[in-house]
Design a protein around this ligand. Structure first.
Ligand SMILES: *Cc1c(COP(=O)(O)O)cnc(C)c1O
Length: 404
């Protein structure tokens, strides 16, 4: 007899042996108390400070957002009631798609149930529509992009991360009239570095390529209205497709693309991951709409966010902690080993009520295991000071490498 359960257990044992078994922290956020939350530990609930949330600005608790969601549920109920095609397109969906198109200065936008689904569905559908297409993918692209490219089954070339020379080398080898899609991100979420978007667009023009940009870690956070790095750099009109999430800086849930009407219409008509699934709840859509509208005029909040990140980086550096170079709001701290990475985060949580999730392979390459800190505008100087003290103690107790 085939041992089904045994096979599942063996698979998990392999992960455990490498020290990268994932343990989820059971937490409950308290509205109005960001970035603090209640941690349900083995011996009862405790208040902790969260240092690893992707709700970068605390918008998941903003009164504009929660009021809009409360109003929506009272008005229209819980769910969309169908796929977008069959009774699931609510007026909230229509309004949010207009708002997102405007945010990115594009003709149209299309909602998906998550950022993951938007990447997977859109990239795979591009491959099906563009005959004989080649996708040129940055080597550090997110799993959802890789999955979309894989399931699209078109030719794929991987270019070294943010390496323009390598990208050009690959483009030069391809016939000018063959369809080519350059797929990349703006802010890379684990290193906090940023793609040279302008130069990539220049290459796309020179070699007649189409550009697909994941701005998941930038929307809401960069640009005059939170339209992302493309908006900040003044190059939104040079990107063919901008993809974003409503689950990170916007604090709710869902994903989207913004592009030309022709492109959005094609994805709407062909993408399985868009067509055959129940539309996002109108309650979520109403919350996201309020969040996007709020953040379009929240310049000071974005400035405060950047200031907090800069302050944290400076203080980590001054303490001799191995903060990795980052030009964004993401602050990675190098540990370099999965077991120690987990040990540091256990220490922080158990001894100091500080929650940071260890980042291990396959999210980052082996040997580059790290803590990924995400300071928000609501992390105070006291929060930062407490974090530095706790890290200093962890580094001493666990005898970890300090900065060179
Ligand atoms: C989180 C993430 C996604 C997926 O977005 P969700 O809305 O969380 O599904 C896509 N791309 C990148 C780079 C991400 O980090």
């Amino acid at each position: 007899m085939f041992d089904y359960q045994g096979n599942f257990q063996t698979a998990v044992a392999a992960v455990r042996n490498e020290g990268r078994y994932r343990v989820f922290a059971d937490i409950e956020r308290t509205r109005g108390n960001f970035p603090c939350a209640t941690y349900y530990s083995g011996d009862g609930p405790r208040e902790i400070t969260v240092w690893c949330s992707n709700d970068y600005l605390g918008m998941g608790q903003h009164p504009d957002v929660t009021d809009a969601m409360r109003t929506a549920i009272d008005k229209v109920g819980a769910g969309a009631g169908g796929t977008r095609n069959i009774a699931g397109t609510t007026h909230f969906h229509v309004l949010l798609e207009h708002e997102l198109a405007e945010l990115h200065s594009k003709e149209a936008a299309l909602l998906f149930t998550s950022g993951y689904v938007s990447n997977e569905a859109t990239l795979s559908t591009i491959s099906h529509i563009l005959n004989d297409c080649v996708i040129l993918s940055d080597e550090l692209n997110h799993a959802s992009m890789i999955e979309g490219i894989r399931s699209g089954r078109s030719a794929k070339l991987i270019w070294r991360h943010n390496d323009l020379e390598h990208l050009e080398e690959l483009l030069r080898e391809l016939p000018l009239d063959r369809p080519k899609v350059i797929a990349f991100e703006s802010v890379y979420s684990m290193d906090g570095d940023i793609a040279p978007i302008l130069e990539i667009c220049d290459l796309a023009d020179k070699y007649n390529a189409f550009t697909y940009l994941d701005e998941v870690h930038a929307v809401g956070l960069y640009g005059a209205e939170g339209g992302g790095i493309a908006q900040r750099d003044g190059v939104s009109d040079r990107i063919d497709v901008i993809e974003g999430t409503l689950g990170k800086a916007f604090g709710v849930m869902g994903g989207y693309i913004a592009s030309t009407s022709a492109f959005v219409d094609a994805i709407r008509s062909y993408a399985s991951g868009f067509i055959f699934t129940t539309a996002l709840s109108p309650v979520l859509v109403a919350g996201a709409l309020a969040s996007v509208r709020h953040l379009r005029q929240a310049r000071e909040l974005r400035e405060r966010h950047q200031e907090r990140a800069a302050t944290l980086k400076t203080m980590l550096g001054a303490a001799g902690l191995p903060v990795m170079p980052s030009v964004s709001h993401i602050v990675p701290l190098h540990v370099g080993d999965p077991v120690r990475c987990k040990a540091v985060t256990d220490f922080l949580l158990e001894r100091h009520d500080i929650y940071v999730q260890p980042i291990n392979y396959p999210t980052v390459p082996k040997g580059t295991e790290r803590l990924r800190l995400t300071p928000s505008p609501l992390h105070t100087d006291d929060h930062i000071a407490a974090l530095i003290d706790a890290l200093n103690e962890a580094w001493a107790v666990l005898r970890l490498q300090r900065a060179a």
